[in-house]
Write a protein that binds this ligand. Sequence first.
Ligand SMILES: [Fe+2]
Ligand SMILES: [Fe+2]
Length: 224
Amino acid sequence: MEFNPNTAPEFSPSATIEPEPEIDMEGGVSPYAPPEAYAPPSKDEEIPYENMHPFLQEFIDEHNAYTKELNVFEATIAMIEGGNVDKTMDERLRQFFSYFEDKVVKHNQDEEKYLFPRITKKMKAEGEHSKSDNNFTVIDVLEDDHVKSIQLASVAFNMFALFSRVPDERSRYMILDIALNQSKELLELLRVHIFREDTIIFTYAQRNFSDEELTEIQQKTKGV
Ligand SMILES: [Fe+2]
Ligand SMILES: [Fe+2]
């Protein structure tokens, strides 16, 4: 999917934005609630960070860094929604979308390339798949999240960019509404996603792979 924050036009909200009616994102059922369709491995007792293999610690460290960026993005969205917009919003949005494109997309690719296939294989061998579909595991949900997050980020980014270019005020605010809604969905999706990986996947990998296996996977990520 085309997603390049560096080539898109500047998002320059004017300082005269009027607060739009609040969009209720909390009222309905979240589209990103954990689906019932699969039977995730039962959540075992958590394993402390220091007892995780360094390969898994790297993913956890990235999640922590990435959560900080999500918090800043959330604050930016709230400021724009509240009408408190100034020139710094453009830079803050640009920074988040660049981070998403450079770091988050790479993180997702590493998971999909090195970790997920090994977990899928193990889960299927252990019978940890959906009750209705032997080929469907929690990993399918996580990969689907990766795709959806790129779609949401792409629409949000493009709508913010479009907002600054449309002269008609009514259209501008409709576009801004879409950008804000997509951004909130993106935030919700990424947070649930991080939670699922931290609590289900990394714990599963630590319990079900030996240190040697995890080291071997880690070396592949480094091209050893
Ligand atoms: Fe992921
Ligand atoms: Fe992740």
